[in-house]
Design a protein around this ligand. Structure first.
Ligand code: GLP
Length: 267
C-alpha cells in the first residue's frame, strides 16, 4: 500500500485523475474498474475536462463498475448506470457497448452476477480499479462480514450505508434499496492496480481501520493490505486518525512513485 496525503480534496482529485489519465494514455485499450459516490464526481469532472481539451481518448477503453442498487432500473436517476452516464460516459468518447454496470433488475440476478465475473475475465481483467470508501469501511458494497474472497453477488446493505447514501434518494434512508449487486472483495483484489480515494473527516475512522487496523471481514477496505499495487489518496481530514503520519511523510518524500505524483500535481 502506498499512501499519499494531500492538503485538500481538490488536490486529491487532481492526483487521482492524473493516475487514471496516465493509465489511459499508457494503455489506450485498458479496462477500468469504476466507482460511484460524491468523492468520484470531482475526479470524473477532471477526466471530462482533459477529454474536452483533447488530452484523453477513451475510444479503446472498456469499463466495469463496482456496483448497482437492486430494483433500480438503469434509466432511473437513482441508478449507478445513470450516475456514470451523467458524470462520465455521456461526456467522453468511451464506447457505450464496452461500459458495464452490474444489473440491478432482472429475473436472475445471481446468474447475471456470475456473467459479470465472466465478462471481466473475458475482457482480460481490470487494469486499474478506482475505489471510494464507505464510512463503515466498505469497498464497493462489500458490507461488514463480506468474505474476503467474495465475488460479484447480491448483498444486503448496512443501515449505515443507507443513511450515508440517502442523498441520491431525496435524503430519506428508507427510500434507499435494502439490497445491491457488488463486485466482491476477491474480484477487486484481482485488479492489476487499485486506486483508493477517500476525503473528508467522515472517512477518518474508516481510513484508520483500512490502513492500520487488522485485516478483517468487518472492514472490507482492510483487504487492500493484501494488494501488491494499491495507491491510497487521502486529504488531511480523512488522514486525521492515522498514527503513522511520520512514516507516511517519510515515504512521500523518498518513494520515487509518490514523489513523481506529487511533483506532477504541483507542476
Ligand atoms: C457508495 C458506493 C461505494 C463508494 C461509497 C463512497 O457506498 N457503493 O463504492 O465507495 O459510496 O461514497 P462517497 O464518495 O459519496 O462518500
Amino acid at each position: 500500500m502506498k499512501i499519499l496525503i494531500c492538503t485538500s480534496p481538490d488536490d486529491a482529485a487532481d492526483i487521482a485523475a492524473q493516475v487514471i489519465a496516465r493509465t489511459v494514455v499508457a494503455t489506450p485499450d485498458c479496462t477500468l474498474g469504476l466507482a460511484t459516490g460524491r468523492t468520484m464526481e470531482a475526479i470524473y469532472a477532471r477526466l471530462v475536462m482533459r477529454h474536452r481539451a483533447g488530452d484523453l481518448d477513451f475510444a479503446r477503453c472498456g469499463s466495469f463498475n463496482l456496483d448497482e442498487y437492486v430494483g433500480v432500473a438503469p434509466e432511473s436517476p437513482n441508478s449507478y448506470r445513470f450516475y456514470m452516464q451523467d458524470h462520465l460516459f455521456g461526456h467522453v468518447n468511451i464506447d457505450a457497448a464496452r461500459t458495464h454496470v452490474p444489473a440491478g433488475v432482472g429475473s436472475d440476478l445471481r446468474a447475471a452476477a456470475e456473467a459479470y465475473e465472466a465478462a471481466i475475465l473475458q475482457a482480460g481483467g481490470i487494469d486499474l480499479q478506482l475505489l471510494g470508501l464507505g464510512e463503515n469501511g466498505h469497498i464497493g458494497f462489500n458490507e461488514p462480514l463480506s468474505a474476503l474472497r467474495s465475488r460479484t453477488r447480491v448483498v444486503t446493505l448496512d443501515e449505515a450505508t443507507r443513511v450515508q447514501n440517502a442523498g441520491m434518494f431525496g435524503g430519506d434512508p428508507a427510500l434507499v434499496p435494502t439490497q445491491a449487486v457488488t463486485m466482491g472483495v476477491g474480484t477487486i483484489l484481482d485488479a492489476r492496480s487499485v486506486l483508493m480515494v477517500a476525503t473528508g473527516d467522515g472517512k477518518a475512522e474508516a481510513v484508520r481501520q483500512m490502513i492500520e487496523g487488522p485485516v478483517t471481514a468487518m472492514v472490507s477496505g482492510s483487504a487492500l493490505q493484501f494488494h501488491e499495487d494499491c495507491l491510497v489518496i487521502l486529504d488531511e481530514a480523512s488522514a486525521a486518525g492515522l498514527s503513522q503520519r511520520a512514516m507516511i511523510a517519510y515515504q512521500m518524500q523518498h518513494d520515487p512513485d509518490l514523489r513523481f505524483l506529487v511533483a506532477g500535481a504541483i507542476g
